[in-house]
Write a protein that binds this ligand. Structure first.
Ligand SMILES: Cc1cc2nc3c(=O)[nH]c(=O)nc-3n(C[C@H](O)[C@H](O)[C@H](O)COP(=O)(O)OP(=O)(O)OC[C@H]3O[C@@H](n4cnc5c(N)ncnc54)[C@H](O)[C@@H]3O)c2cc1C
Ligand SMILES: O=C(O)[C@@H]1CCCC=N1
Length: 387
């Protein structure tokens, strides 16, 4: 095999591509991970200090993946010798009789997951400085917590490299030629491989256009807001304040979620789970702040211990599918091209399992999980294939 020939090429060194490369190397494969920007970078979806990890989901299929996911995160922690997870618990709130709250609650019950239900009487004792809506239900997913995202991405890449994997950063893929050996062109030349995995985040459709496939993906800019505690530590991980998700919060339209103050002392991250459409190459031209207004009103009402003006504003992007479920599938016309896309703002925690199943698909193996919720076929009325 020449130095430009690989068993598998992975395009995109975000969390999904990095974990795919990691699993390929663990399987003894010669793998190349190509990234358009110099690493680390803050232009995609996987950068930033923290992400939520939780088993609480509306659908069983996500909850089922999380069991092994927690184990794989722990494995990466020990391989890289770095702390990646902090247990905080996750408070789930929403109208008690509402559809979404009931879906979360029933998944927890069906799967017998460790849960603490908080009635109106014990809520303020366990969750101080939060005004609960009358009529809201609340429970805590006790194994949930925070993942240290930037560290985790670096750790997956370092382990991949330590296993002999090759990362070429600052190398944008400009063309893909499908075939039994797939050719991938960058400014530095052409690489070839038996299979190709495309994990290009917000640029998924740009890359897929070289294969005449278009998926119904919406790219949105997320304003990542941190809010100052009036009393430092009032909502801190150190004081056992949990992550939270508020579903069907009044006037919000989408979930509002938060993480305890931790990475920036005195600042709590509270965000809106949607943003405004953007061109990923021109993200910072999207200046819509409607979400920040919603958050300010929400914080005034529910988090009286936070100053309702963002103290720190960062940017990130979601790549959203119509049903908010991922795409984990083979290309409909080229079975050795594998696609991981559309993580819809909740994919980070699944990185180790997404990487595992994309690796399995790339190696022609039967995937460890039922991937039917993630098939491209479900978009048959949306996706355009010119083939
Ligand atoms: C603000 C925010 C909060 C979030 N919170 C959570 C959370 O709490 N919990 C959770 O589980 N998930 C969360 N997510 C979602 C999660 O972070 C994403 O689902 C995940 O990071 C997506 O990773 P990715 O690898 O698909 O994409 P990316 O990280 O964008 O990686 C794609 C990579 O491909 C590269 N690329 C693209 N085109 C090319 C090309 N032509 N050549 C070479 N390289 C290319 C890009 O530069 C990029 O590095 C959040 C996301 C955001 C934005
Ligand atoms: O995936 C997660 O846990 C977070 C919080 C809820 C909304 C999206 N991301």
């Amino acid at each position: 095999m020449s130095s430009r020939d690989f068993d598998c090429i992975v395009i995109g060194a975000g969390i999904q591509g990095s974990f795919t490369a990691y699993h390929l190397a663990k399987n003894g494969k010669k793998a190349l991970l190509l990234e358009q920007f110099f690493l680390p970078h803050s232009r995609g979806s996987s950068h930033g200090q923290t992400r939520i990890i939780r088993k609480a989901y509306e659908q069983d299929f996500y909850t089922h993946m999380m069991e092994e996911c927690f184990q794989l995160w722990a494995q990466l922690e020990s391989e890289a010798g770095v702390k990646l997870y902090r247990r905080t618990g996750l408070l789930l709130m929403g109208p008690e009789k509402g559809r979404e709250f009931q879906l979360f609650k029933s998944t927890m019950e069906r799967n017998r997951l460790p849960t603490v239900t908080l009635g109106p009487a014990d809520f303020s004792q366990h969750i101080p400085n939060v005004n609960r809506n009358p009529g809201d239900g609340a429970f805590v997913d006790t194994t949930a917590g925070v993942l240290y995202a930037d560290r985790a991405l670096r750790a997956a890449q370092e382990v991949f490299r330590s296993l002999g994997g090759v990362i070429m950063d600052g190398e944008k893929v400009v063309d893909i030629k499908p075939g039994p050996l797939v050719s991938v062109t960058t400014a530095s030349g052409v690489y070839r491989a038996k299979s190709l995995v495309i994990t290009a985040g917000p640029w998924a459709n740009t890359l897929l256009s070289h294969t005449h496939l278009h998926l119904p993906l919406q790219v949105v800019k997320i304003n990542v807001c941190y809010w100052r505690e009036r009393t430092p530590g009032a909502y801190s991980a150190g004081n056992r304040f949990p992550c939270f998700i508020h579903v069907e919060a009044e006037g919000a339209g989408h979930h509002i979620y938060g993480l305890p103050s931790n990475e920036y002392p005195g600042l709590m991250k509270v965000c809106y789970h949607m943003g405004s459409e953007t061109d990923p190459d021109d993200r910072d031209r999207q200046m819509d702040r409607g979400d920040i207004d919603i958050l300010s009103r929400y914080i005034t009402r529910h988090f009286p211990g936070l100053v309702p003006v963002p103290a720190v504003l960062e940017s990130c992007m979601y790549t959203v599918t119509p049903d908010h479920h991922f795409v984990l599938d083979r290309h409909p016309s080229h079975s050795n091209i594998i696609i991981g896309a559309g993580f819809s703002g909740h994919g980070f925690k699944f990185g180790p399992i997404v990487g595992k199943v994309l690796c399995e698909l790339a190696l022609g193996q039967v995937p460890s999980y039922d991937l039917s919720p993630f098939k491209i076929q479900r978009f048959s009325s949306h996706s355009k294939s010119a083939l």
